[in-house]
Design a protein around this ligand. Structure first.
Ligand code: 13P
Ligand code: SF4
Length: 333
């Protein structure tokens, strides 16, 4: 049945989409049809709404998503994630149209490291090489020597001679974790993830006491007091893999709760308990990631907007450290 829709009110420039969707439209069916018709691939991060994850052609962590973006032969990449992820896809695949359902889907880590302030910071630390976490803008990547993700950060740092001074930006928690674990002394930029920073050590300890012997799985974006109580620390896909392969029937999970969807699908008989955040609110959802909705995803595919556009000079400068990362971590699954 043809469903009439009102004319779109689309302001691509600032990324606001004001478009009514007829409630009779079957969004899942339409998104699948549009993907096929337009030769579009839908890449989704684990922190997306479960209904978006279920529509994705590929779900993964930041490293997996970057690799997919570099390798896909689709004509359009629809990125169900946040801005720095879609930007990375555009840097790697400039000939493709890269779409992000909501251009305002940012990241507190990327926001914490403006490129001009980062340039001043670098100038204060001559002789340092710069390793930047992928959670930063293209302009900050362009000032970096190597990019890393939570999957490959340790592996990349291990390839840098011990006497070589390093600046690590923008996540002080991931950088601090690597410093402690590897006995390094990297200079850290003072950024945090607003989701992982707020897990409560006190509440986690009480939860562990109530669930004796249950492994705690934590993302390295959590701060040191929380990581101290973790039995396993890794990226989202490493956490997922650990839970799938470990014999325990119950796990406490200290990362954004969107990942529980795949973990539950992998192991229907297992129980996953989200680690409690500090505030009264019991959820740990990323407000940026959750700006993407199935309605915006549908509109994005339908109107091929909002699109990621980028200055070519910045793109080329940002590409080199990303390629270096892919090369230095080729053996990481
Ligand atoms: P990974 O999925 O690479 O572990 O990153 C987590 C995250 O916070 C992404 O924004
Ligand atoms: Fe950024 Fe944290 Fe959200 Fe990931 S979960 S996008 S690091 S704010």
């Amino acid at each position: 049945m043809m469903v009439m829709e009102t004319a779109p009110v689309l302001d691509i420039k600032v990324g606001y989409i004001n478009q009514r969707i007829n409630p009779n439209v079957d969004l899942v069916q339409e998104i699948n049809r549009l993907k096929q018709q337009k030769r579009a691939v839908l890449l989704a991060h684990y922190y997306q709404e479960p209904e978006i994850q279920d529509l994705a052609d590929y779900i993964g962590d930041s490293l997996g998503l970057a690799r997919q973006a570099a390798e896909t032969d689709a004509e359009i990449i629809v990125f169900a994630g946040v801005h720095f992820m879609a930007e990375t896809a555009k840097i790697l695949s400039p000939q493709k149209k890269v779409l992000l359902p909501d251009l305002n889907a940012g990241c507190s880590l990327a926001d914490a490291c403006p490129a001009d302030q980062f340039a001043d910071f670098k100038a204060q630390h001559p002789g340092h090489i710069v390793i930047s976490y992928i959670n930063c803008s293209a302009a900050t990547k362009a000032q970096s020597d190597i990019i890393c993700t939570s999957s490959n950060a340790e592996h990349i740092v291990s390839q840098i001679p011990e006497n070589q001074p390093i600046i690590f930006a923008p996540d002080r928690n991931l950088g601090g974790y690597i410093n402690r674990k590897m006995g390094r002394n990297m200079v850290l930029w003072d950024g945090v993830c607003i989701v992982h920073q707020v897990f409560s050590e006190q509440k986690l300890v009480r939860l562990k006491a109530r669930h004796q012997g249950v492994p705690v799985l934590a993302h390295p974006e959590c701060d040191a007091p929380v990581l101290r109580h973790a039995d396993f620390i890794g990226s989202t896909s490493q956490i997922r893999k650990y839970a799938r392969e470990n014999a325990s029937r119950t796990f406490i999970v200290a990362t954004e709760e969107g990942i529980l969807h795949q973990m539950q699908k992998d192991s229907p008989g297992k129980t996953f308990i989200p680690a409690p955040p500090e505030s009264g609110c019991s959820c740990s959802q990323c407000p940026h990631m959750r700006l993407n909705t199935i309605e915006k995803l549908y509109l994005c595919l339908k109107y091929e907007a909002p699109e990621i556009l980028m200055d070519e000079e910045i793109r080329i400068r940002a590409l080199a450290p990303i390629q270096k990362m892919l090369m230095m971590s080729a053996e990481i699954a």
